[in-house]
Write a protein that binds this ligand. Structure first.
Ligand SMILES: C[S@@+](CC[C@H](N)C(=O)[O-])C[C@H]1O[C@@H](n2cnc3c(N)ncnc32)[C@H](O)[C@@H]1O
Length: 252
């Protein structure tokens, strides 16, 4: 329990989200003295659920995919946290049937809003599952980060579509239903009538630009890279071009 969720998760993601989640679970422990109750909707194979459980949280994962939940069970076993994770095969559209209203200190919807029908309705369901004073964490795909990625790889028609399509899609074959800019994401949170945004930042803001091992440039250790990435992620102009946007909102 001494180590951060970031340390538990390894180098899979940018540092900015883990820092915010660590702060949040520390707050719950301080306020309640109990293990933070986390509800991870669309939690899949446990990218976030497993490190949060290792950090001492009691995590319920709701996901429509039995395959993802099977992988989650295996990973939880390997990490020794099977008893702290409750996998539920369920749909966010019927979340109230499997997760009590006002029941979680922290609700995660990571990688979810870009693949579901009705993102506003889904975010409202996540908000309803959070306890008053608790938090909802949303991680989703950034529209302008995708534009820059396409330009850098010479896919200019896709870049144009991402800029002009109302939902920020590359076309009908796009595997995502939408991409977000910061304004739209915040508007969605406000529109639930239950969430006040506290953090709106990028995630992995510099990952495409930081030189990796063996590439040219100043050699940087992981801590230094994380530090720089988290710093850049908190700058609104840079967050807007991050590959992922992260919002943490307080339930009222
Ligand atoms: C892109 S993955 C994200 C997994 C994980 N949250 C992460 O950030 O790595 C999206 C997950 O959402 C799940 N999912 C998609 N639609 C869903 C729905 N309507 N209700 C619950 N889960 C859903 C998928 O099965 C998948 O595991």
């Amino acid at each position: 329990m001494g180590s951060s969720t970031r340390e538990q998760a390894g180098a899979a993601r940018g540092a900015a989200v883990f820092r915010v989640l660590d702060r949040e679970i520390d707050r719950v422990r301080r306020d309640t003295g109990a293990a933070p109750r986390v509800l991870d909707v669309g939690g899949g194979s446990g990218t976030w659920a497993v490190p949060l459980a290792v950090a001492g949280c009691a995590v319920t994962v709701v996901d429509t995919s039995p395959n993802a939940l099977a992988t989650l069970a295996r990973r939880a076993g390997e990490a020794g946290v099977t008893d702290r994770i409750t996998p539920v095969n369920g749909d966010v559209d019927t979340l109230a049937e499997v997760a009590p209203a006002d029941g979680a200190d922290l609700v995660l919807g990571h990688g979810l809003l870009e693949v579901v029908d009705g993102p506003g309705r889904v975010l409202a369901a996540l908000a309803a599952a959070a306890a008053p004073g608790g938090a909802v964490s949303v991680l989703t795909v950034g529209r302008y980060g995708a534009v820059i990625g396409r330009v850098a790889s010479g896919r200019l028609a896709e870049a144009r579509a991402l800029l002009t399509d109302p939902d920020g899609r590359t076309g009908p074959d796009d595997r995502l239903l939408r991409r977000f800019d910061a304004h739209r994401l915040q508007e969605l949170a406000t529109g639930t009538g239950r969430l006040r945004t506290e953090v709106l930042q990028g995630d992995g803001t510099l990952e495409a630009w930081l030189p990796g091992p063996g590439q040219e440039g100043e050699p940087a250790g992981r801590d230094e890279r994380d530090e720089l990435d988290a710093l850049a992620s908190s700058v609104p102009a840079l967050a807007e071009v991050a590959p992922r946007l992260h919002l943490l909102a307080r339930r009222y």
